[in-house]
Design a protein around this ligand. Structure first.
Ligand code: UN1
Length: 509
């Protein structure tokens, strides 16, 4: 049962009841395991959701397929109008939904509300795109011929999202997939099931108000068995997966086996580089937000900090002073900057990371302790000094551990930035124009996201979001990412009374 404090919030979001059904395709159901939702600040139970099974996913996909024809035939601007109404419904619940994210995921309220805003922003973009999506008209080499690109809906888009952005990442995919004419089926992280149910209920209202089938925004809460079934099922035309590199590799291979489309958003190991000519105050503030924000649980979190040798000591003194100001505690209490880690396992991964730093010759400059005197999953944001080639620095530990090292030249720093298997985000702090352009040139950062005088995290929705190498190569959110939710077709139309062949071929008489 919900603790009394949070009962009104849960009620306002339609989450009352002891065990909520976690599967939706127009009707709410669920016959799988019951998953308890745990408040990571206290490890108390907030609520419970009855998840779905692979068999239920199968029936949900059947239901969705009944409606894909209707939805793809609906003009894109009308689909955009539905997403506009969803945007309004989300706006009305922005504060409550943001608070639920803080309660269930553990990020501070401002960041919880921020990710609801991120969904609202992408919905705005999607509404505009609903009157813009289209292909090129290209010059034909043949007289009386017309060459045009069409973008048509795929059918069904599956979204598997992670616990750390339980609203925004679904929002990026859902808003674009819907205006592109697809039905969407979502499996959120099982530890943020209440948030998945709350978001789906908001969308349900809009679909019902417009007499549209609920299956357009289906939800199948569940564990790895449901995720695996989604990857294997040929009725899922595109599977957008956000999560670890290890799981993403399996998902990508499974989808490729059936020649489905996948969009992979996997681990990052993001570096922030500070040159001696940088604005130091800006670099300190950015590093703090990028390394400590969301308690280090963003895929865009800064995990490696490289400071030019001439200023390393002075910069670190300022940074550690800033770390000392960070208040750790309940994410729903204003003023706290660092909430708990999401799960007990994450605390273990943090502690194991700290052990490895020490074993591999690293030094703990700040933090390094699990706050085990508190009931929740709190740890100290940590700063190390370590050889950037040490094994522990090569892998993403989803916790606030920032590894630091010094470097001599920008070339050295770029080599360090690019010298890991991941390629999501990167930042350079400098006031020198030559450094800036070298950094974003062909010989600069190899990441999908790169920044100058801005943190590695907190990307806007307007740009394409994603990364290279083991980050998976997918691009979500802004720019032309919408194209991935459609199938491209090249149409050649002959409006002459002749059959001229391409390449000048003469065939027969
Ligand atoms: C993620 O961590 O999975 O750039 C997404 C950012 C956010 C999205 C992060 N806009 O930090």
């Amino acid at each position: 049962a919900a603790s009394a404090d949070h009962a009104p919030l849960l009620r306002r979001l339609g989450l009352d009841g002891d065990v909520l059904p976690g599967v939706y395709d127009g009707a709410w159901k669920g016959s799988g395991a019951v998953v308890e939702s745990i408040n990571p600040s206290t490890n108390e139970v907030i609520g419970a959701v009855r998840t779905g099974t692979p068999g239920e996913l199968d029936r949900v996909l059947d239901e969705m397929r009944k409606h894909t024809d209707m939805w793809r035939a609906t003009p894109a601007p009308q689909r955009g109008e539905i997403v506009r109404q969803m945007r309004e419904a989300l706006q009305a619940k922005r504060e409550d939904l943001g608070a639920l994210v803080a309660l269930e995921m553990g990020k501070i309220r401002a960041e919880g509300v921020g990710e609801v805003q991120e969904y609202i922003d992408i919905a705005d973009l999607a509404v505009g795109l609903s009157r813009q999506i289209g292909g090129k008209v290209l010059p034909s080499e043949r007289p009386g011929h017309y060459l045009v690109e069409n973008y048509n809906p795929l059918g069904v888009v599956g979204v598997i999202s992670a616990f750390n952005f339980p609203v925004a990442v679904y929002g990026w995919n859902s808003a674009l997939a819907l205006i592109c004419g697809n039905a969407v089926v979502w499996k959120g992280a099982h530890t943020t099931s209440l948030t998945s149910v709350a978001v789906t209920k908001i969308l349900q209202t809009v679909l019902e108000n417009n007499n549209l089938p609920g299956a357009l925004c289906s939800l199948v809460s569940g564990g790895a068995d449901v995720g695996k079934a989604m990857a294997a099922d040929p009725r899922v035309d595109l599977l957008s997966f956000t999560g670890s590199t290890a799981v993403g590799r399996d998902v990508g291979v499974t989808v490729q086996q059936r020649f489905g489309k996948s969009l992979l958003e996997l681990g990052g190991n993001n570096a922030l580089i500070v040159m001696e000519d940088a604005d130091i105050e800006m670099a300190v503030r950015s590093t703090l937000f990028a390394a400590v924000g969301t308690a280090g649980q963003r895929c865009t979190t800064t995990r490696r900090l490289f400071v030019q040798a001439s200023i390393y000591d002075a910069f670190m003194a300022k940074l550690l002073k800033a770390y000392a100001q960070v208040t750790i505690g309940d994410p729903l209490v204003d003023g706290n900057l660092c909430g708990p880690l999401h799960t007990r396992q994450a605390v273990e991964a943090y502690a194991e990371g700290i052990r490895q730093v020490k074993a591999q010759g690293g030094e703990i400059l700040f933090g390094g302790r699990v706050l085990s005197d508190r009931p929740g999953n709190f740890v100290e944001p940590t700063v190390t000094r370590i050889d950037p080639k040490a094994p522990v620095v090569q892998n993403e530990i989803f916790a606030p551990i920032l590894h630091t090292a010094s470097f001599e030249t920008l070339e050295d720093a770029i080599a360090l930035n690019n010298g890991v298997h991941q390629g999501l985000s990167s930042s350079l702090f400098t006031m020198n124009m030559r450094n800036v352009f070298q950094w974003i040139s062909a010989r600069g950062s190899d990441c999908g996201l790169t920044n100058v005088n801005a943190p590695t995290n907190g990307a806007e929705i307007g740009g394409a979001f994603g990364g290279e190498k083991e980050t998976g190569g997918g691009r979500e959110s802004g720019s032309d990412s919408w194209k991935q939710y459609m199938r491209r077709q090249t149409a050649t139309i002959n409006f002459s009374d002749q059959i001229p062949l391409a390449q000048g071929i003469k065939f027969g008489a």
